[in-house]
Design a protein around this ligand. Structure first.
Ligand code: PLP
Ligand code: TYF
Length: 398
């Protein structure tokens, strides 16, 4: 019955992650997947999260279905974290927010909503992209396109080329943007550049869709939401998919949110109904446990404060690792420009290493980096930095 189907090639990131686990190199380093590891190479269970999980384990309440839109206390927490505690659009009731199955689920529900509302609209995705953006929007029946984003010469933003492209888009085109910690490049627009992007969105009647998967991992929880809040202040209508997978280290709990900022409270009410309809037809409701874990941390002032210090520690560790790599490479290979380790932000750095260099890193040194040259920074720690930088010097010098 299904012989005619194509083999699924698998996700290249997961594939390389599996290859890493099969490798027997004694000093192997996994820099493939976007997971946060602590200094000891472990995926942390945040103490704020563990405390809530313990309470939930002791809570005999039945695990009923959540409503289609998710847990009310979760949804208001999403709004406070993403839009800020004093957000005007939230206070005015202009934001429709639902609990979703991670950031991925938020993107899917948002894509379905947009395809229902604007069946002919295409989506423009950064080049290079997180590949799943093309898959999710394409899977929702939306034609996907790319806009220039990264300049390999400067290892920075190709801002002029990006703006030239956005300036040509038809009205009601969807533009997928990362507010912080761009995956895969680690390159983000400055606040001034965001203002210019916002001006084009307004001028051309475009539909921004912000994918906020790493809030708190770049410059800080508030700073990383700059684009979200600037768009709200500018009076734009837009969507935000946010994920708690990384900043609460709750990947498998599938905790995310989708918020749609509307022109009025009435419109937000209408959109909330449509979001519920989309959820109902694809998976009916979001997880009870993940919902209560996140709400339990974010709605308790003490735990919330504790969580912010935990995220800050993750952010600082990644910044420290970037600085250490930069210093070591400056000492070991003075001719090599490693400034990109300092300038790029968040979980990823885009190295520009060639295919041959990446293969040599794997085969000779057990250092696993995906084929695009994207380095997942949290895989580095003080125990493996020496091996990592030695390996890099070896392949760069060949
Ligand atoms: N968007 C981007 C850019 C991501 O990097 C990720 C996860 O790596 C996601 C969305 C999905 O997040 P989640 O794991 O919460 O589905
Ligand atoms: O490393 C990355 O870019 C991601 C990781 O549900 C990931 O692809 C893993 C699982 C998931 C979403 C993202």
């Amino acid at each position: 019955m299904f012989q005619h189907l194509q083999q699924y090639a698998g996700d290249p990131i997961f594939g390389l992650n599996d290859a890493f686990h099969r490798n027997t190199h004694p000093q192997k380093i996994n820099l493939t997947i976007g997971l946060y590891y602590d200094e000891n190479g472990r995926i942390p269970v945040l103490p704020s999260v563990a405390a809530v999980q313990k309470e939930l384990a002791d809570d005999p309440s039945p695990r009923v279905y959540l409503p289609m839109e998710g847990l009310a206390s979760y949804r208001s927490a999403v709004q406070r974290v993403v839009f800020g505690a004093d957000s005007r659009v939230v206070a005015e009731g202009k934001v429709a927010t639902i609990q979703t199955l991670g950031g991925t689920g938020a993107l899917k529900v948002g894509a379905d909503l947009l395809h229902d509302a604007y069946p002919l609209a295409g989506v423009w995705i950064s080049d290079p992209a997180w590949d799943n953006h093309h898959a999710i929007f394409g899977g929702a029946g939306i034609t996907t396109h790319s806009y220039p984003y990264y300049d390999p010469d400067t290892k920075g933003l190709a801002f002029d080329a990006m703006m030239n492209c956005l300036n040509e888009l038809p009205a009601r085109s969807i533009v997928l943007l990362h507010p912080c910690c761009h995956n895969p490049t680690g390159v983000d627009p400055t606040p001034e550049q965001w203002q210019q992007i916002i001006a084009v969105m307004l001028e051309r009647g475009l539909i921004p869709f912000l994918d906020l998967a790493y809030q708190g991992m770049g410059e800080g929880m508030e700073e990383d939401a700059y684009a979200v809040r600037a768009m709200a202040d500018a009076g734009l209508s837009f969507l935000v998919a946010n994920s708690f997978s990384k900043n609460l280290s709750v990947y498998g709990e599938r905790c995310g949110g989708l918020s749609v900022v509307c022109a009025s409270a009435d419109e937000a009410e209408l959109v909330l109904g449509q979001l519920k309809a989309v959820v109902r037809r694809i998976y009916s409701s979001a997880p009870w446990h993940g919902g209560h874990v996140v709400a339990g941390v974010l709605n308790d002032p003490q735990r919330h404060a504790q969580w912010l210090t935990e995220v800050e520690a993750m952010r600082r560790r990644m910044a420290q690792v970037r600085k250490a790599v930069h210093e070591m490479l400056a000492a070991k290979l003075p001719g090599y420009d490693a400034d990109y380790f300092l300038q790029q932000k968040g979980m990823f750095t885009y190295s520009g290493l060639s295919r041959e260099q990446l293969v040599a890193l794997r085969e000779r040194h057990g250092v696993y980096i995906i084929d695009s040259g994207r380095i997942a920074v949290p895989g580095l720690n003080n125990a493996n930095l020496e091996h990592f930088t030695d390996a890099l010097v070896d392949v760069l010098e060949r």
